[in-house]
Design a protein around this ligand. Structure first.
Ligand SMILES: [Fe+2]
Ligand SMILES: [Fe+2]
Length: 256
């Protein structure tokens, strides 16, 4: 199965970049399914509401995942009413099923799981135990986990814990693509962070001046999304008939 995974979309500017670039990438990679992390897709740069989700689907996503900002512009209904919009399954206030979905794409089936780390980020339920619980009820060869986490150590430990039990673990949240895509010993594809989709001239998608002000003076600055051309960052994953990853390739492509 050919799977395209795109990292955090930041603001309306990020959605506009996705609109221009995603059809090109989907065609080029001949992908069967496309997963997009939408946790920052609201015009404010944090959270996602129903309209933002609709916009991402209109760009060509099949499943939208989330993270620590999932609930900023929405409540649980967004995730209970559309089973292809996910928030992390281990959020303390999440409802059953909101972090897991299975898609039947005809020739292939795929299960997408969204989990959050707990190191240097909100302290929700332990994602290791949560994965065990979820996998007991999953009967699918292709399984992709969006592991939304801050710590690379936690991401590596989690991916190795999942090795051989899921097709791939794709890290999100830091907005910076890492240079460590690999296939783990038991066939699980992994990258610490897929990266993000936002204006190139920015601080992780935020207007530079505001981000500097916050870091320099520790002022409670209201962030605004930076405008302009930028990169689509993500990974392409190919699995075999058993659901093991046979290829994982970084995507870092500018769309202007
Ligand atoms: Fe993010
Ligand atoms: Fe995040």
């Amino acid at each position: 199965m050919k799977i395209l995974f795109i990292g955090d979309i930041v603001g309306t500017n990020g959605v506009n970049i996705l609109r221009r670039g995603l059809p090109v990438l989907k065609k080029e990679y001949g992908c069967d399914v496309c997963i997009v992390n939408g946790e920052n897709s609201n015009e404010s740069g944090t959270g996602m509401n129903r309209r933002d989700a609709d916009d991402i689907f209109a760009c060509g996503a099949d499943v939208i995942t989330g993270g620590n900002h999932s609930m900023r512009r929405a409540n649980m209904e967004l995730y209970t009413e559309n089973r292809f919009v996910l928030c992390p399954a281990n959020l303390l206030y999440s409802e059953d099923g909101c972090g897991v979905t299975t898609l039947d794409m005809g020739r292939h089936q795929i299960c997408v799981i969204n989990l959050m780390g707990v190191a240097f980020i909100d302290n929700h339920r332990n994602p290791f135990f949560e994965l065990d619980k979820i996998l007991k009820n999953v009967d699918c060869k292709n399984i992709i986990v969006d592991f939304h986490a801050e710590s690379t150590a936690e991401k590596y430990a989690f991916a190795n814990y999942a090795d051989g039990r899921v097709s791939a673990v794709v890290g999100t949240h830091t907005h910076v693509q890492t240079n460590d895509e690999q296939i783990l010993p038991k066939g699980t594809g992994f990258i610490s962070d897929a990266g993000a989709v936002h204006a190139q001239n920015s601080v992780l998608g935020v207007q530079t001046r505001l981000a500097i002000e916050k870091q320099k003076y520790l002022k409670p600055v209201q962030f605004k999304v930076a405008e302009g051309n930028g990169y689509i960052n993500g990974v392409f994953i190919e699995t075999d008939a058993a659901g093991k990853t046979v290829k994982i390739e970084k995507i870092h492509r500018k769309f202007g």
